[in-house]
Design a protein around this ligand. Sequence first.
Ligand SMILES: [Zn+2]
Length: 262
Amino acid sequence: MNKLVYRYRSIFRRYLLNILSSGAKPHAGIHILNGHFLSVNNSASPEIFQKLLKNLNENGVKFINFEEAVNRIIKSEFPKNECLVAFTWDDGFEECFSKIKPVLDTWNLKAAFFINPNFIDGDSNYRENFKKNIVLTDKNPMTWQMIKQMSVEGHTIGAHTLDHLSLKTEDKDFLKHQIEGSKKIIEEQLNVEIKHFAFPFGQLKHISNVGVEIACKTFPYVYSQDNYRNYFSFGGRVINRRHFECDWPLNHVLYFLKSKSL
Ligand SMILES: [Zn+2]
């Protein structure tokens, strides 16, 4: 998308959300939030995320570890009165390790990080193209060493395909290469079974039925970033997450913690 159009769209969206979210309150349910980085601004301080967590907590939100949230959703153990929130981040940017993890540590909270092996292993040309044309941000990836430490400390590492390309295709060879290939490389690097997969771009329109089939055959748990008022999409096979970023205003995040249906 044209950068200027993107900028105006996000200003308008922010303005609209300011109006819609005034007086927003969290609702009972299990919410899996999905971000990408601390902030688009590379010099932002982790304090902004710490402040958001503190404010959410003071507004009645309770944080739970990612895998506990998933287990409860799968078993339909939904809270009647509590608003439970778990966190995930996609694309594996370096600040997940250097800025987000330290904040999670202060809450003793475990999250999930969905990564693209070719972004980590790619040469400088590959990375520049990935940042400029695919994820549209000037941020470098975590190293395998950082990712290993996250995994050892109890965070979940998930796959996000090899190259972060759309899976809206019927091409089985391509889909298998991207989906199975990412699982294989991460498992070789971390020496743990990778059970969680989030497809790139996240909207339901960004994956074909064949893609969902292959993903669900390869991984026990598959995630979108869409349809968040329902726990599941694709007939119960895909768990939905809600987009957020660490530097969003409190009310905007509260606004998305709505009641959910199955
Ligand atoms: Zn992504």
